[in-house]
Write a protein that binds this ligand. Structure first.
Ligand SMILES: Cc1cc2nc3c(=O)[nH]c(=O)nc-3n(C[C@H](O)[C@H](O)[C@H](O)COP(=O)(O)O)c2cc1C
Length: 453
């Protein structure tokens, strides 16, 4: 079995996936406004041989529950929320190998500015930056961005396809590798013949001009994506190098993984070039009893109203209007369709709001593993063997306690079993993960946009 890819999943907020646990005495997530918090975080992850820290982001607020932001404000549900990219250069300065997956929304980020921000970070991190391509699920996100309503679910991916086409033109096609001369004698910084302005006039975007940054180590940042609907998977199969999935059953995750790989192969891509990581919340102790005790203490801090406010935003359904014990039925919304399916027609049983509040309390829709080192290591190995995932996206729970436990207890055991690397590979994030070159290769559409190689 290939060593696992290990990502830490977080957000620049207090109430991320486990609502209410910030009240636990050990939790330090309320320090997320300080740079030290992030620098310590990055150091801890690198000590634990994590490949990357993936920073999710939401535009808008969770205002579906009760038709207002009150529950989200009371519970700190992804509000406050800081920009995901600003902390990255600081973290890069205190690490050598850790990668950084930054979320960028294709509906709201102007392509030119976003391409520039990512290239700048790719330079400053020495090629350790990745982009989690998202389309946004919150109707409130449309409003804060000055729009009347959210773009319809499948159309968001049409926008995303065109956005990527434009980004590839900027990152890959604008500057030839040999355009930059740095020739002091000839007073020639760069050769204009090697710089190709972009002319893009599409259905959703229009731009004329040149990408303002020099080609960065990876050019196109490492591409992540997490859409799991039919349209989302088709998009991932075309563009993503790493797909995030969540789910609590090995059967459903295995089917999802197989589907993503089949779709990638149908696009002419090598399915091995598309990694899949499963979301996991892990509570590890020296014994099963110790881990269970910790989990019980965390669970006592959970805030059911905040959990439902989070779930309601994701589903696009006001769960406050549902009787607590009435099963949720499938409704087509423009929010997170994958979540809706997981709780309704793709579920083996029904889910009431009360059950959603209980089951999502610590791990949202991620798998939850609680137990001794042996149990956790065995479960992670079993998930990889039975589902075909390449690794895990380990979600923040109590910051930093759960992560420290994982690094101190589980990581050495994973290494002993040959499940986790002992050293990083050299090079960019793409090279560290795949071992091949720093840039995307044909038949990936990014490589097709390159003019010089
Ligand atoms: C691990 C993971 C991380 C995600 N991170 C974000 C995020 O940071 N911002 C966001 O708007 N959506 C995020 N999503 C949501 C996805 O981008 C996508 O909207 C969702 O999985 C629904 O997919 P679908 O639209 O194909 O149904 C994430 C999903 C997963 C599984």
């Amino acid at each position: 079995m290939q060593p696992m890819v290990l990502s830490a999943l977080d957000m620049s907020c207090v109430g991320f996936l486990a609502q209410g646990v910030w009240t636990h005495p050990a939790d330090r997530s309320t320090r997320m406004n300080t740079l030290d918090y992030w620098l310590d975080y990055a150091r801890l992850l690198e000590r634990g041989m994590f490949d990357m820290l993936f920073i999710a982001d939401t535009i808008g607020t969770y205002d579906v529950y009760g038709g207002s932001i009150d529950a989200a404000v009371r519970g700190g549900v992804q509000l406050p929320m800081n920009d995901p990219s600003v902390v990255v250069s600081g973290m890069a300065a205190v690490t050598k190998n850790l990668g950084f997956g930054i979320t960028g929304n294709v509906i709201y980020e102007p392509p030119y500015l976003f391409a520039r921000r990512m290239s700048t970070l790719d330079h400053l991190t020495g090629g350790r930056v990745g982009w989690n391509i998202v389309t946004g699920i919150l109707a409130s996100g449309a409003k804060v961005m000055g729009r009347d309503k959210i773009v319809a679910h499948d159309e968001r991916y049409d926008v995303a396809d065109e956005y990527l086409e434009l980004m590839y033109k900027l990152w890959e096609g604008c500057w030839d590798d040999d355009a930059v001369r740095f020739d002091r004698e000839k007073h020639l910084f760069a050769d204009p013949r090697g710089v190709h302005p972009v002319h893009h006039d599409g259905r959703y975007f229009k731009m004329e001009g040149v990408h303002p940054c020099l080609p960065s180590p990876q050019r196109t940042p490492f591409l992540f994506q997490a859409g799991a609907s039919g349209r989302g998977k088709a998009f991932a199969a075309t563009h993503a190098e790493c797909v995030f999935v969540n789910g609590v059953s090995k059967e459903s995750v295995a089917a999802n993984v197989a589907d993503i790989r089949r779709l990638a192969a149908a696009q002419g891509r090598n399915p091995a070039d598309v990694l899949v990581l499963a979301g996991a919340t892990i509570i590890v102790g020296r014994t099963d009893a110790e881990a269970r005790e910790k989990a019980d203490a965390y669970r006592r801090c959970a805030d059911p109203e905040a959990v439902l406010a989070h779930a309601a935003g994701g589903l696009g359904v006001d769960l406050s209007r549902y009787p607590l014990d009435e099963p949720l039925t499938y409704q087509e919304t423009d929010a997170n369709r994958t979540s809706m399916e997981m709780f309704t027609r793709n579920a083996k049983r029904t889910y009431t709001p009360r059950q959603i509040a209980e089951e999502m309390a610590l791990s949202a829709r991620n798998l939850l593993i609680v137990g001794s080192v042996e149990h956790v290591v065995g479960e992670l190995a079993d998930w990889m063997a039975k589902t075909g995932v390449n690794g895990f996206n380990v979600a923040r729970l109590i910051m930093p306690e759960t992560l420290q436990d994982f690094v101190e207890l589980a990581v050495p055991a994973l290494q002993e079993r040959g499940l986790l690397k002992r050293e990083y590979r050299s090079g960019t994030l793409r090279e560290k993960i795949f071992g091949a070159g720093p840039r995307l290769r044909s038949p990936h559409p990014a490589a097709m946009a390159r003019t010089s190689t």
